[in-house]
Design a binder for this molecule. Structure first.
Ligand code: FAD
Length: 278
């Protein structure tokens, strides 16, 4: 990997409290790869926010790697966000990825219509009042699925920057051309905050269905051919999926990407294979 490329990883908290130690092992392995930061996702609707804080604190304080705590606001109140900010401050975690999140399945229409935060822009504005946080936000090379147009989506991205987002992480994508086109349009729009390209190595045939339904990202023919070829050969699929991600990252580096953010799926072997190869 080029020394100038800013490398970072994403992990998610354990489903069960008893599984914390395995996530600690994951982040300990990832820390050995010297990332710029490790980000920790936030359960839909904020139900698991304590787990995000706990893992972010471990990364920051035990591993001495900057942690980024994801935070969604769709199911939150202003007082809930204030409390969470206090908890993060107490743990010395000052980086927040400010997100709207998706409507939780158990949220009624009334709760949704009366919610205190409508968009991530509302959360960013609120966080700016809460103290000295370094705020990051999400962006979408292929457009967010709700956005009316790419232009409208970009306009809201610019608003996020104007309100205080200092870095962006992209939704995962498999076709770099979407990223290059997006970066050019973002540049013209006056977006100067660095953009980290989100890369998810597809290492099993099953994973692709989940990834697409969550992200809406397009799958190029080359990747769908790989999946068709190796669907029944897990070891070959793992290797081919890593190779595809490596090719993607090499191409991004050749085209001057600022940073690469690897969605590790809590599998340090994936990240270390990529870092070794690059
Ligand atoms: P927003 O920025 O609010 O955008 C949502 C839509 O509204 C877009 O179409 C946008 O164009 C539009 N919009 C934005 N601002 C305005 C405005 N002021 N006025 C009108 N329209 C506006 N989900 C989780 O639950 N937990 C996680 O940890 C998590 N991590 C993620 C990390 C990354 C890097 C990414 C890319 C996504 C992540 N998500 C996570 C998923 C995310 O919550 C969803 O993609 C969600 O649908 C949108 O979140 P957002 O912050 O981009 O929303």
């Amino acid at each position: 990997m080029k020394e100038t490329t800013h490398l970072s990883f994403e992990v998610f908290p354990p489903k069960k409290d008893s599984d914390f130690s395995s996530v600690y092992e994951v982040v300990t392995e990832l820390a050995k790869l010297s990332p710029e930061y490790i980000s920790v996702t936030y359960g839909a609707g904020g139900s698991q926010s304590k787990k995000t804080t706990q893992i972010a604190s471990y990364i920051q304080n035990e591993l001495n790697v900057p942690a980024v705590a994801h935070m969604t606001c769709v199911g939150s109140t202003k007082s809930g966000i204030a409390k969470l900010c206090e908890e993060l401050k107490a743990e010395g975690v000052s980086n927040i990825l400010a997100l709207r999140g998706d409507r939780p399945k158990d949220m009624t229409d009334e709760q949704y219509n009366l919610r205190e935060f409508t968009y991530s822009t509302d959360l960013i504005a609120e966080l700016k009042k809460m103290g000295d946080f370094h705020i990051m936000a999400a962006c979408y090379p292929e457009k967010h699925f709700e956005a009316f147009s790419k232009e409208a989506d970009l306009k809201h991205m610019k608003e996020k920057q104007d309100l205080g987002a200092e870095h962006f992480i992209t939704q995962l994508f498999f076709d770099n051309d979407f990223f290059y086109d997006f970066r050019e349009r973002a540049d013209k729009k006056g977006i100067t905050a660095p953009i980290h390209a989100g890369i998810m190595p597809i290492t099993s045939a099953k994973q692709i269905g989940t990834s697409i339904s969550l992200s809406g990202s397009s799958v190029p023919k080359m990747l769908s051919d790989i999946i068709a070829k190796y669907a029944d050969k897990p070891e070959d699929m793992f290797k081919a999926g890593i190779d595809y991600a490596i090719r993607q990252i090499r191409d991004l580096e050749d085209n001057g990407v600022y940073g690469v953010h690897i969605y590790t799926m809590n599998k340090p072997a994936i990240a270390s294979e990529i870092v070794k190869a690059i």
